[in-house]
Design a protein. Structure first.
Length: 326
């Protein structure tokens, strides 16, 4: 990561941290939703953007962590921090095990398999009433606290979640520019050639899938602590599709693009409330327009020259790489 990019990023974080000074109530709630979504989409970027795997189970992994936090804190009286750590670890383990099984599939077969995984998760939590509360969900989740400071207001939780997003984005950038990140993209670009050079292709895919799920687990924990209520509706397959749309709109293969996509897709419906019942139609048209005008996502607006050069190189090889702000 270039030093200038890091400085720009920190400046943006500083501006974002000042947001609660200008917004209240619902505005801060939307900001929290956007930040939590951004963490989830950065995780999906490892899976889809870097490894080239189409996963429609991302919301399910968020749900696993959120439900674990809810059950452990409400039914067993666990400390919220310990519950979150266990939830993230359990989510990663489940992703690793399912990844070993599902990642033998490719393309639309993998997409359908992960979609089935998400649907199965929703069915389980809807019917396991004794544990999950069924369709009524679980309420009364204990709030997080930093020492003696409870994170029970929208503004305080936003600042905390923004700090988590910043740390995880920096970690993702570090991984992206490491040997592991280059290995991920080598497998994405040419799986056969990677295997012939001795790269453990299956293990690389499973690692990306697991890492993406770990980020989803963090997002799921934050969701549970923010809303303090979880239900099957919060993690159905439509949310997985929305997260994928966020990544594509923002720019797959880019961390900044993932954040831009999450913020844009979260806020756009709110900006369209004035059109009434037609807002879904207008929302869909606007998303399609973005993809047509900016096929590499909103990130190409930030550094268009670099993206044009990389697009030409990608077209010659049949792939498109993430941009310099990845």
């Amino acid at each position: 990561m270039k030093r200038s990019h890091l400085l720009y990023g920190l400046a943006v974080v500083a501006l974002a941290a000042a947001l609660p000074l200008f917004t209240q109530g619902y505005g801060n709630r939307l900001a929290n939703t956007a930040v939590i979504s951004a963490i989830a989409v950065i995780g999906l970027n490892f899976v889809f953007g870097y490894a080239g795997l189409i996963s429609l189970a991302h919301a399910a992994f968020m749900g696993v962590a959120a439900y674990l936090v809810a059950v452990l804190t409400t039914s067993h009286g666990w400390n919220p921090w310990l519950a979150a750590l266990l939830a993230i670890a359990a989510t990663s383990l489940i992703a690793y095990v399912t990844g070993r099984i599902l990642l033998r599939l490719k393309g639309h077969y993998l997409a359908l398999a992960t979609l089935g995984l998400n649907v199965s998760f929703t069915i389980v939590v809807s019917n396991w009433i004794d544990i999950t509360g069924g369709t009524n969900g679980i309420s009364g989740i204990a709030p997080l606290a930093l020492g003696t400071i409870p994170l029970d207001s929208e503004a305080s939780f936003y600042l905390f979640s923004l700090a988590v997003l910043t740390l995880l984005a920096l970690l993702a950038a570090r991984i992206r520019h490491s040997h592991a990140g280059r290995t991920l993209m080598a497998v994405r670009d040419d799986e056969l050639a990677s295997a012939m050079t001795g790269l453990p292709v299956t293990e690389v895919k499973v690692a990306a899938f697991t890492l993406g799920a770990a980020y989803a687990g963090v997002a799921g924990c934050l969701f549970a602590f923010h809303i303090r209520f979880v239900s099957p509706e919060d993690f159905n397959f439509s949310h997985s599709i929305i997260y994928l749309a966020m990544l594509v709109v923002g720019g797959e293969g880019s961390i900044v693009g993932a954040i831009l996509g999450a913020v844009s897709v979260t806020l756009l419906p709110e900006l369209l409330r004035g059109v009434g019942n037609a807002y879904l139609l207008v929302f869909g048209i606007l998303v399609l327009a973005i993809l047509i005008v900016l096929p590499r996502g909103l990130i190409s607006l930030i550094d268009p020259a670099t993206y044009r050069r990389r697009a030409k190189r990608g077209n010659r090889r049949g792939v498109v790489h993430g941009g310099s702000l990845s």
